[in-house]
Design a protein around this ligand. Structure first.
Ligand code: ADP
Ligand code: MG
Length: 324
């Protein structure tokens, strides 16, 4: 049975992506890194617990992917470019096959996103993964939640509701006619893509931004409350993937997934008219799907949903996921 030190040595301290701004990585009492002159350091942490955020028996590569992706998504929503991660791992036993797959994914993503794993902690306990991610942003260009102004346009990247549909499929609550749709939707649940490029492209152009983790409407509400504004959301405009549209043909159910489904990790942001064209062309030049779904109003904290020009209410409101 491996001890803590051999787990670190065998799985986490070798063959990883190395950055020039890491003076001292894994192996000492703490890491030493260099923040580029004149840049701000942005830091975020997220914990994934077995039984809460992922089911028992989930593929370790999906656990590694999701724990890194959720953190990079938070950095993206701040407009930050990711640089380093720390990994605090609680595992019930040193299962070598599990650790090989898990750490393999961690190293693969570090290389893909050019980030370095600079430290962490390894303890015995119920399965839990905590990642702390850090990145840089130029002064005064980080993206916040409280800057939305009346008449700003509301945009979202990618498509909505896929991850929630994928989870419903895994839980046998949603039937899926084709294997390719099933694969697409469940992969969107297990392997979300953080919008790193989109986040940095929105610096100085978006008036507010966050990542959609708890469902579009619940997350939009955070912007409205922080900014003291209201919003009109055109449900007809909500971006729904082909796979979701084919799997959930009933309009109301598809809209509900798009509005309340969590874990999509798309960016939701507001843009003043003066920056709208620049944002649209930046997104299209990066090949990032980006849809205008509504507009900010002066009606504080009030959200109006519209479908075919009429005010719309969901019959049975299944609000975004809450832990407590
Ligand atoms: P300490 O007893 O000082 O906390 P540890 O033995 O926990 O030190 O860690 C030794 C080194 O290994 C440190 O550099 C720490 O950051 C790193 N480390 C421990 N666990 C992990 C992990 N799961 N992933 C990456 N680095 C880790
Ligand atoms: Mg330790």
């Amino acid at each position: 049975m491996l001890n803590e030190f051999s787990v670190i040595r065998n799985f986490f301290s070798k063959s990883q992506f190395r950055r020039k701004d890491v003076m001292l990585g894994i192996g000492d009492d703490a890491a030493v890194t260099m923040v580029p002159a004149g840049q701000y350091l942005v830091t975020t942490t997220d914990t994934l617990l077995e039984g809460v955020h992922f089911k028992q028996g989930t593929d370790p590569s999906a656990i590694a992917h999701k724990s890194i992706a959720t953190n990079l998504s938070d950095l993206s929503a701040m407009g930050a470019e990711p640089s380093w991660i720390n990994l605090s791992l609680s595992i019930p036993s040193a299962d070598e096959e599990w650790l090989e797959t898990f750490s393999g994914k961690v190293h693969e993503l570090c290389e893909y996103y050019s980030i370095q794993l600079i430290g962490g902690d390894t303890v015995k306990g119920n399965l839990a993964v905590t990642i702390t991610a850090q990145g840089f942003v130029p002064p005064d260009s980080y993206l916040v939640r409280n800057g939305a102004k009346k008449n700003d346009w509301i945009f979202v990247t990618g498509t909505l509701g896929d991850a929630a549909a994928g989870l419903a499929i895994l839980n046998d609550e949603l039937a899926c006619a084709t294997n390719s749709n099933r694969l697409y939707l469940t992969e969107r649940h297990h392997y979300p893509s953080p919008r790193v490029l989109a986040g940095t492209a929105l610096r100085r152009m978006a008036s507010s931004c966050l990542d959609v983790s708890d469902g579009l409407l619940q997350d939009l509400q955070h912007i409205l409350e922080a900014s003291n504004v209201g919003a009109v959301v055109n449900l007809d405009e909500l971006p729904v993937s082909k796979a979701l549209g084919e799997t959930v043909s009933e309009l109301e159910r598809a809209l509900e997934l798009a509005c309340y489904g969590g874990d999509d990790y798309e960016l939701l942001f507001t843009v003043p008219e003066e920056h709208r064209v620049s944002v649209e062309s930046a997104m299209s030049s990066y090949n990032i799907q980006c849809t205008r779904i509504g507009q900010i109003t002066g009606a504080t904290n009030k959200m109006e949903l519209r479908l075919r020009g009429q005010s719309y209410r969901f019959d049975e409101v299944n609000k975004g996921y809450k832990h407590f």
